[in-house]
Design a protein around this ligand. Structure first.
Ligand SMILES: NC(=O)c1ccc[n+]([C@@H]2O[C@H](COP(=O)([O-])OP(=O)(O)OC[C@H]3O[C@@H](n4cnc5c(N)ncnc54)[C@H](OP(=O)(O)O)[C@@H]3O)[C@@H](O)[C@H]2O)c1
Length: 358
């Protein structure tokens, strides 16, 4: 791109500004270097007219219509933090105006003409966007990919086995509200010791979860696919392969929901082309952008989601060389699903695009 010093600062429109991710993205905008001119807030007609604070200013939320994109064009960025169907329907209205779409839903993650980007790992991919759209990954992939990508660059990844411990907030406001409601129904009780007692207390309405989440873990996220896999497990597999540019990487994912409000955790077993030394791997992770190592079990120091919530990095701990395989490492990672899992990643991508026109 040719630098034009007289060009005004680009506009940023946030569609889904009132949701769980949108609310966090607005906070992030106030915390980072401000590269934006106008910041425009858009949501459903339910939220139109609401006034929301961003960068210390009160901004009125617009309803999502064609008119909401008036005046946006080349150099501007529109971030979609909406259900996939909404992103898919409205993205063309943005790209037709010449602005770039950054989508954090599942709508475009498998489109080969839409780069799937985590800036710490494949930020350069942002520049090649034939449809004018850039996608961010789902929050489970995002939580581990900076750490896995750094180890891959050093040792050459050959296999990955991942289990997630997913926070309720990944299902948006509906998810965290459902968990809080369920927790209020079981609080102070002796429930959880008899068959069916938690189910009876929570009732039929388990919100976006396949079973009660309070006092429970639920080994299901997404829709049923062939062979008993869930759509979410297959999505994490496909996205990890895409971001690392390893289309044939053997990878097995088990997605599990846990009664945590914010902060995904994962156990990761990574196998490499070469033998790995845990001490050296520690140094690799310490130097990796977007990763912080907290790994001193003797001192009781390891990452947990309650410590990761509200923070930017992926927190890695419990790093061990595999007992049975000199080429494998095991570790635990936590990250805020709303920040690195969505809002922060979308902000970083948007800033890369804004930088092209600066
Ligand atoms: N939560 C996470 O951890 C996470 C992580 C990664 C990716 N994502 C993805 O990010 C997107 C947003 O997730 P979220 O958790 O923020 O969901 P959410 O809390 O339910 O918020 C959804 C947002 O989309 C807006 N919206 C919904 N339907 C709309 C419509 N028909 N027209 C215009 N706006 C509409 C809502 O506006 P109103 O407030 O007016 O209803 C709200 O601002 C989803 O695609 C999700 O899969 C979420």
């Amino acid at each position: 791109m040719t630098a034009d010093r007289s060009a005004p600062a680009p506009a940023l429109a946030v569609v889904g500004a009132t949701g769980a991710v949108g609310t966090v993205l607005l906070q992030i905008l106030s915390q980072r270097a401000d590269v934006w001119g106008e910041v425009r807030l858009i949501a459903s007609s339910r939220s139109a007219g609401r006034v929301v604070a961003v960068r210390g200013e009160e901004v009125e939320v617009l309803a999502l219509t064609e008119d909401a994109f008036d005046g946006l064009g080349a150099g501007d960025v529109v971030v979609f933090l909406t259900p996939a169907a909404v992103s898919a329907h409205w993205a063309p209205a943005v790209t037709a105006r010449g602005a770039v779409v950054v989508d954090q839903s599942a709508a475009f993650r498998e489109d080969p003409e839409v780069p799937l980007v985590v800036p710490e790992v494949n930020g350069g991919a942002v520049r090649v966007r034939p449809r004018g759209i850039v996608a961010g990954p789902d929050c489970v992939t995002a939580a581990m990919i900076a750490a896995v990508g750094a180890l891959h660059a050093e040792y050459g990844l050959t296999e990955l086995v991942v289990s997630s411990y997913q926070a309720a907030g990944a299902a948006g406001r509906a998810g965290s509200e459902a968990l809080r409601r369920q927790l209020s129904l079981v609080a102070g009780s002796a429930l959880g010791e008899q068959p069916g007692d938690v189910r009876r207390a929570v009732g039929e309405d388990t919100g976006p979860f396949a079973a009660p989440l309070a006092l429970n873990v639920v080994p299901w996220s997404g829709e049923l696919r062939e062979g008993g896999w869930s759509s979410h497990e297959l999505a994490v597999r496909a996205q990890t392969r895409r971001i690392l540019d390893l289309p044939a990487l053997p990878i097995s994912v088990t997605c599990v929901q846990v009664p945590v409000v914010i902060g995904h955790s994962l156990t990761v077993r990574a196998r490499f082309e070469r033998e790995v030394d845990a001490g050296r791997a520690r140094k690799v992770l310490e130097a990796a952008p977007g990763v912080v190592l907290v790994d001193d079990p003797a001192a009781g120091e390891f990452p947990t989601p309650v410590d990761a919530a509200g923070t930017d990095p992926a927190w890695v701990g419990r790093l061990r060389g595999s007992l049975d395989d000199a080429r494998a490492l095991e570790f635990f990672v936590c990250a805020d699903n709303l920040r690195k899992g969505a809002a922060l990643n979308a902000t970083q991508i948007s800033e890369l695009i804004a930088g092209e026109f600066a």
